[in-house]
Ligand binder design. Structure first.
Ligand code: GLN
Length: 234
């Protein structure tokens, strides 16, 4: 198992509005608690995005910030190369939208980078509140919990699979499915941060980053995480 883990945090200066940088902190902490040497490498708008991290996260953001993020990802395509290499990528909300084919911002349609087969257009009303799902893929066994806050509604094409089936909240569009899984990309509308609320998802990403099976990671007993999940999933 690799002893050194580098977590790429994509554009926290524009995609850091909703506390999703916390996902990188959770990955780092869960790695360190297992004795691994882990560091976070932020890629700001002015930085070249390189493809050499072990795992990447990108978070939510306002519409205008999201347009800047899309432009930067196109101009410096390290994340696309990382996806081609099979490196795990976690994308949240605006991050999900930007990784799709297109989304709406400032009244126009903006092209994403098409790492996921997903198209986003405005909902009739903003979706805000708790969202819970049951797994729609065999990657996970436990329900997922998060907080959603988005105006965009996303339709998945045939190359993307939903991450979960909605049991509470709106999810991608209409309270049926939530998130997307395609290749090494896992995307979700869940803030929280989602990895603080869903340790199983954090360990799936960590295991993929380390090139091992999640069952090979030493279990972590964290009562505070169990208490938070019990509160949010009741
Ligand atoms: N601006 C996007 C929307 O409203 C994403 C919001 C977010 O990242 N929370 O749909």
């Amino acid at each position: 198992m690799a002893k050194q883990l580098t977590i790429g945090l994509i554009l926290p200066d524009v995609l850091g509005t909703y506390g999703d940088d916390g996902n990188a902190l959770v990955l780092r902490q869960r790695a360190r608690m297992r004795g691994l040497d882990a560091e976070i490498r932020p890629f700001l708008l002015t930085d070249e995005i390189t493809a050499d991290c072990d795992v990447y996260t990108l978070g939510g953001g306002e519409d205008s910030a999201q347009v800047l993020a899309a432009e930067r990802l196109k101009a410096s395509p390290g994340l696309q190369r990382a996806a081609d290499n099979g490196t795990p990528i976690l994308a949240i909300c605006a991050g999900l939208q930007v990784l799709g084919h297109s989304f709406n911002a400032a009244g126009r349609s903006v092209e994403g980078i098409s790492l996921i087969d997903a198209t986003t257009t405005p909902l009739s009303a903003r979706a805000i509140g708790e969202v819970t799902t049951t797994p729609a893929t065999d990657l996970l066994a436990e329900p997922l919990t998060g907080f959603e806050n988005h105006m965009g509604g996303t339709v998945l094409g045939p190359d993307a699979q939903p991450l979960g089936r909605v049991t509470r909240g709106v999810g991608n569009l209409d309270s049926t499915v939530e998130g997307a899984v395609q290749g090494s990309v896992i995307a979700t509308y869940m803030h929280g941060p989602v990895l603080a609320r869903n340790p199983q998802l954090a360990d799936l990403l960590l295991a993929r980053a380390l090139g091992v099976d999640a069952a090979e990671l030493a279990p972590l007993e964290l009562d505070v995480v169990d208490a938070l999940r019990a509160e949010r999933l009741k």
